[in-house]
Design a protein around this ligand. Structure first.
Ligand SMILES: [Ca+2]
Length: 359
């Protein structure tokens, strides 16, 4: 489901002007150029940078509504002869006279051989008096082109009004109810154990911390809305105590970001463990949203190929296991419920704020 969006700022440099972009940092020089263009004939060339935070910037103070979610898109390409650089789109917000900086998109590796599309979401703070967006490079002196910058107001990927039906997975119909395996993980409906009823979801063949059951909940969690999340987990017989958490994966125009939804907690094979999160206020925009159960690991879990084959640390003490088994350490069963805040488990959160839906 694509996010519905309304473009509020757009610059493509086709008038041979810099379209309101201003140089940031010592030495930075901006010019409309016909050397390269993502679309049309012109782009904006940045040269003369002497600081990594230097680059092209645009003052959006009067263009953006505070508290509104926006999606920022820009295309970037290194100038001819430039080495690859790591480029970021950053927002400088001035709040109570102090500047705060948020990465809107990136860092992304950019080359001089192709345009790279960068996309990110950002919501200006309600008390931000100034908003300056800029494009910076890890190299203090690199030169690069930008083109086709847009800012679009978005509801984040949800329908309007948002879908507040939540979801319930109890596996009592004998299926996986849409849950799939993430990474090498395999999921199957089972009657071997259950928290309630007769069925649960059995997860096997995990080989990395981030492997586990995953469900597409696109449209089910919306920017600015609150949710309650309850789920039950139990390790399969013979499995060691393991630390489990629930995470979200947001994909926006091919860029992935991750959030921890339910914090780490210990799970054993002896009893079902209930996890719950206080009202969780979802923020962000996506084309696709996945919720998944994973185990805690100390290494960065998502990026490297080595992490997919690394044994989970909690099983390294299982000297009696074979190496093959040690890479399949944590089958688990789970039962998971997610409902918007106005539907369920109010006994756990009666003193907490009501939903704040901005979509
Ligand atoms: Ca252009």
């Amino acid at each position: 489901m694509p996010a519905t969006a309304q473009v509020v700022v757009s610059t493509n440099f086709e008038d041979a002007q810099t379209d309101g972009w201003i140089p940031r940092g010592t030495g930075t020089t901006l010019s409309a150029s016909t050397n390269q263009a993502n679309t049309g004939s012109y782009s904006l060339l940045t040269t003369g940078r002497t600081q990594s935070f230097g680059g092209p910037s645009i003052d959006l103070s009067s263009s953006l509504t505070r508290g509104q979610l926006y999606i920022f898109t820009i295309y970037v390409r290194m100038a001819e002869g430039e080495a690859n650089d790591s480029i970021k789109m950053t927002m400088q917000s001035t709040i109570n006279g102090s500047n705060t900086f948020n990465t809107v998109s990136g860092p992304a590796t950019v080359t001089n051989g192709a345009w790279v599309k960068m996309v990110g979401a950002f919501t200006p703070a309600s008390n931000a008096t100034s908003l300056l967006l800029y494009i910076e490079g890890a190299s203090a002196t690199s030169s690069y082109y930008v083109d086709d910058f847009t800012v679009a107001a978005s509801n984040g990927g949800c329908s309007n009004p948002p879908d507040n039906s939540g979801f319930l997975s109890d596996f009592e119909n004998g299926t996986t109810q849409g849950w799939a395996g993430r990474g090498t993980a395999q999921v199957a409906n089972t009657t071997a154990d259950a928290h309630s009823g007769a069925h649960s979801l059995f997860v096997t063949n995990r080989t990395a911390s981030w492997n586990g059951p995953t469900l597409d909940i696109t449209g089910k969690m919306c920017n600015g809305s609150q949710y309650a999340v309850i789920f039950w987990v139990k390790m399969a017989p013979g499995q060691p105590q393991t630390t489990i958490r629930v995470s979200l994966q947001l994909t926006l125009a091919g860029n992935q970001t991750f959030k921890t939804l339910v914090a780490n907690g210990p799970v054993t094979s002896s009893s079902w463990v209930r996890f719950k999160v206080k009202p969780y206020t979802f923020s962000g925009a996506y084309d696709n949203l996945q919720i998944y159960v994973e185990s805690a690991e100390t290494a960065a879990p998502f990026a490297s190929s080595t992490s997919t084959t690394r044994a989970c640390s909690s099983c390294r003490h299982q000297s009696s296991k074979t190496s093959r088994q040690s890479r399949r350490p944590m089958p688990l069963t789970s039962w998971l419920v997610l409902q918007p805040c106005n539907r369920i488990f109010w006994d756990l959160m009666v003193s907490l704020p009501l939903c704040t839906t901005t979509a």
